[in-house]
Design a protein around this ligand. Structure first.
Ligand SMILES: NC(=O)c1ccc[n+]([C@@H]2O[C@H](COP(=O)([O-])OP(=O)(O)OC[C@H]3O[C@@H](n4cnc5c(N)ncnc54)[C@H](O)[C@@H]3O)[C@@H](O)[C@H]2O)c1
Length: 366
């Protein structure tokens, strides 16, 4: 951790928020005081798993009036009912705009709490304490907040900057392995879209990453976040197309996630989506088939899926069509020119998406 500095996210060269790397929560209350000097209340929102491990510890640190809201863990609760309960908790406790709401948990907590923060009194300060690899590397950074609606991922949301992201890297110790590796998919994605050297570094440090070696994990996160920072600062509100690159693996990935959500978690769907995008890139002759196989096989040592077994391909294709990133009914996807260089391709044919899904779909003869 010694050579890892904080990262600052800027908008038009003005600081919007810091991302702090630490290994415990001790300095957090002073930082919150500095950014919200008039606050006399804080609402900590967490999910049932994270609350069990960290809520008491975090609660005890603040000398503000501390309120808590805990919901049942899982994507299925990232919905309008839980959102309404968060808003209600703020309302019942008479929170004002000078008070603070704090997310303690993974991307489900911060996406939903961030959205609540953006709409309560037209905006209240939001501090994110991410506790999953995925939320540290990706979900907490870049101001996207949302809830799912009618089974559609992230349909209702807003761009809303947090006031602070405070990462206590020690929380990764309690993260279940499956969740840790799912987070790794977004990290591989960062290398694939922007930085071939980082991608190679990830492969070279595979053992240390899998063992959660603290120095290696801190370095890994530091670079992944800086890649995301460079992209979002160029295109904060997803208007120029640059930010769309972060969706590598997400078009087909979200389609799979909508239909097979009982089987796969978000990061696993990103892994499958990246494999499909690499396959399509090779079929359109942007990368060689060898490079496709190399990309596909690199997810395996990190325990990420590279195949599915389903008879719901049509449903997945429908879900891909529905994806809100698609312009005018065309399937718009992020593809690869090479490892470390992604681009947006506006018109992938349905046949090619089907072929990529068939390539993923592995059915044992029985
Ligand atoms: N806003 C964005 O830019 C963005 C980017 C990527 C993903 N996302 C969203 O993030 C969500 C996925 O986030 P996630 O993978 O963090 O899922 P999550 O928040 O559901 O957390 C995963 C699981 O790990 C548990 N957990 C979390 N931290 C723990 C810890 N330290 N120890 C033990 N258990 C812990 C949680 O209770 C949960 O069961 C999805 O909803 C996705 O759409 C948002």
């Amino acid at each position: 951790m010694d050579n890892i500095k904080n990262i600052t996210i800027t908008e038009e060269n003005t600081k919007t928020y810091d991302i702090v790397f630490d290994t415990d929560y001790t300095p957090l209350p002073d930082m919150v005081k500095e950014l919200a000097p008039k606050a006399d209340k804080i609402l900590i929102v967490s999910d049932s798993n994270v609350a069990k491990i960290y809520l008491d510890e975090v609660k005890a640190l603040f000398d503000l009036k501390v309120y808590t809201f805990v919901f049942n863990a899982g994507e299925a609760n990232k919905n309008e009912e839980t959102l309404k309960e968060i808003i209600n908790a703020l309302y019942e406790a008479k929170f004002s705009r000078s008070d603070v709401i704090l997310s303690l948990g993974g991307g489900v907590v911060s996406d939903m709490t961030g959205f609540a923060a953006s709409i309560y009194m037209r905006g209240i300060k939001h501090v994110i304490c991410p506790t999953t690899l995925l939320s540290m590397a990706d979900a907490s950074v870049g101001a996207k907040t949302a809830i799912d609606y009618n089974g559609k991922k992230n349909l209702i949301g807003a761009f809303y900057n947090p006031s602070l992201i405070y990462m206590n890297l020690s929380t990764l110790k309690s993260l279940p392995s499956r969740e840790y590796y799912a987070g790794f998919a977004e990290i591989m994605k960062a290398g694939l879209i922007k930085d071939d050297k980082y991608y190679m570094w990830l492969i070279d440090n595979m053992y240390e990453i899998c063992e959660k070696d603290p120095e290696t994990v801190a370095k890994m996160l530091y670079t992944a976040i800086n890649i995301k920072k460079a992209v979002v600062e160029k295109d904060l509100y997803e208007t120029t197309g640059e930010r769309m690159l972060l969706n590598l693996g997400h078009t087909i990935g979200h389609g799979i996630e909508s239909v097979l959500n009982d089987e796969y978690i978000h990061g696993e769907c990103v892994s499958l989506g990246c494999v499909a995008a690499a396959y399509i890139s090779s079929k359109l002759n942007y990368i060689d088939s060898d490079v496709y196989y190399e990309i596909r096989d690199m997810f395996v040592p990190f325990y990420l899926p590279i195949s599915i077994e389903t008879d719901k391909i049509d449903e997945i294709i429908n879900a891909v069509y529905y994806d809100k990133k698609n312009a005018l009914g065309k399937i718009r996807m992020v593809l690869l020119n090479r490892i470390g260089d992604a681009f947006v391709y506006d018109d992938v044919s349905e046949e090619l998406v089907r072929e990529a899904l068939d390539e993923l779909n592995f059915k044992e003869e029985g």
